[in-house]
Design a protein around this ligand. Sequence first.
Ligand code: CDP
Ligand code: CDP
Length: 224
Amino acid sequence: MNNKMQIAIDGPAGAGKSTVAKLVAEKLSFLYIDTGAMYRALTYAALQRKVNLQDGNLLKELLDTIVIRLAHTQNGFQVFLNDEDVTEQIRSADVTSNVSLVSSHEPVRLEMVERQRQLAENGRTVLDGRDIGTYVLPDAEVKIFLTASVDERAKRRHEELLAKGIASDFDQLKKDIAHRDQLDSTRAFAPLKKASDAVEIDSTTLSIQDVVLAIIDIVKERAR
Ligand code: CDP
Ligand code: CDP
């Protein structure tokens, strides 16, 4: 396989991007970069410091002062904000309901995209997000657009929360996901959108393993 290969996995919330991206990266010994975690870490920092989330320039100033590190340790994938482990905190309901607003600002995205391109520059990488195939890595060798019905995605989130012992309201979850999809796909700058050369995989009725195998087949095909 080539020394440099970039795999871009985009799609809406709950489609299974991060789950399958991690497994694909593990199986192929690629580096996994969770770009959503970067936007979540900034959102967490902004909420902590009570920065006005409507103000893209203030958020960019904050971003310039923080280090966001994605690490793969024996404890799994971890996210650090400066030296603080924020892996759990960035998944909170407060961060989730504000992250699309924070990531809609152009100055924030330009800086994040710069960081993501640097991380992806060397070697073999899998990035998941919303704009990887369309904007961050337009020349990625493999582009996947992963989808699933809103019902299925809300069901997955519901079960994920239940497994952590958190009860949630299915209809509310569905509304929240649909609202985030709407914000992410209608923002002016680098919205969520399938790249014209991406392969679309609808995972509504597929298992995680099915999706991973389908992506690995595409990677092997491209590497020939
Ligand atoms: O895991 P989930 O789908 O809930 O979200 P995520 O991948 O952690 O991303 C959280 C949010 O960050 C998304 O809803 C987008 O608003 C934003 N995001 C983005 O704008 N661009 C990316 N490349 C990745 C995430
Ligand atoms: O990153 P994204 O928001 O696209 O989704 P995720 O956080 O990777 O996946 C959401 C949930 O769906 C996880 O609990 C996965 O285990 C589950 N999932 C599934 O049940 N079937 C799939 N084909 C893919 C993911």
